[in-house]
Design a binder for this molecule. Sequence first.
Ligand code: SF4
Length: 354
Amino acid sequence: MQNLTHVNRNRIVPRLLKWFRAHGRTLPWRGPIDPYAVWVSEVMLQQTRVGTVIPYYRRWMRKFPSILSLAKSSEQEVLRTWEGLGYYRRARDLHKAAKIVINRFGGNLPGDPELLAELPGFGRYTVGAVSSIAFGKDLPAVDANQKRVFSRIYDIRQEVDSPAGDKLIWSLAAAFLPKGKSSEFNQAVMDFGSSICLPRNPDCDACPVRAWCQAYQNGTQNFRPVKKRRGKSPHYHQVTGVIEHHGKVLVKKRSEGGLLGGMWEFPGGRVSRMSSDTIKGAMKNSLGVKITSLAPLGTYRHAYTHVKVTVHAFRCKVDSIPNRDTTKWIRLSRLGDIPMGKVDRLIARKLTNV
Ligand code: SF4
């Protein structure tokens, strides 16, 4: 593989760079290098398509135009601005890291990859992407596009999401880096993967490196990359209670560690089957109160990455006023101020007719 890498590298790298100079995407975070802009965009782009990211990125930069403005904001504002992008831990980590950059580095994102790796949210990919794109360091940045491109060029049969497959792709990506041009090369492979070497039906006729692509020679391009088979996502039912009192509604903050960490929701819980007893039991567990009456409000289905949920929402009357550390009463008209997951936002909109 090493000799082959060397031989192909000398042919493939200049062609990908040439292709990028002619066809690279114009994106709002490209242009004069701003490490903060590169950082925000790279975090947003993880698990999310460019087209989805662009309006979020613009809104974010209007709201938090600098690391200082981000560090000074509340977590609630940060999560509300991120709302809808998912994987909320990314937003919380950006916020935590911004505070560290202000306190420890005088507001300038450090260019040293080892220092970057100490910041919250800086895994191997983010360190590689920010170091190479913002600071010109010769480090690989293997995203899903790079995995696909390298797995096809070398017709890799190993699962790319296995430890061995992952290691192999990162080593190929590192071996390909042209010294001093890693910023351009990393972005070239990412853009090439999202424009030509597409997940399904890659445009091999338009491919500038087709002559060296082993998957193309073997006719296996639609079977690469090989990924671990995922089991069917589990599906569960959840009940959610809307409790109103004197023009306010009760909301509960989700714990930081799990799904939708730090977001607000209407209280409730998972049920194994739907019945008035299980609904009452879930509300009792969540709030310690007894439900005295229930009226259906709506049913909502939502698919997260690894789980599907059906949420059954009810208006509830309860026998006492719940008051827990994680709950608060909020005017219906202020529900738009707090960050919520997709289903809870739909319920909130229904309540406020927005
Ligand atoms: S020939 Fe096709 S599969 Fe191979 S790198 Fe080019 S676009 Fe991708």
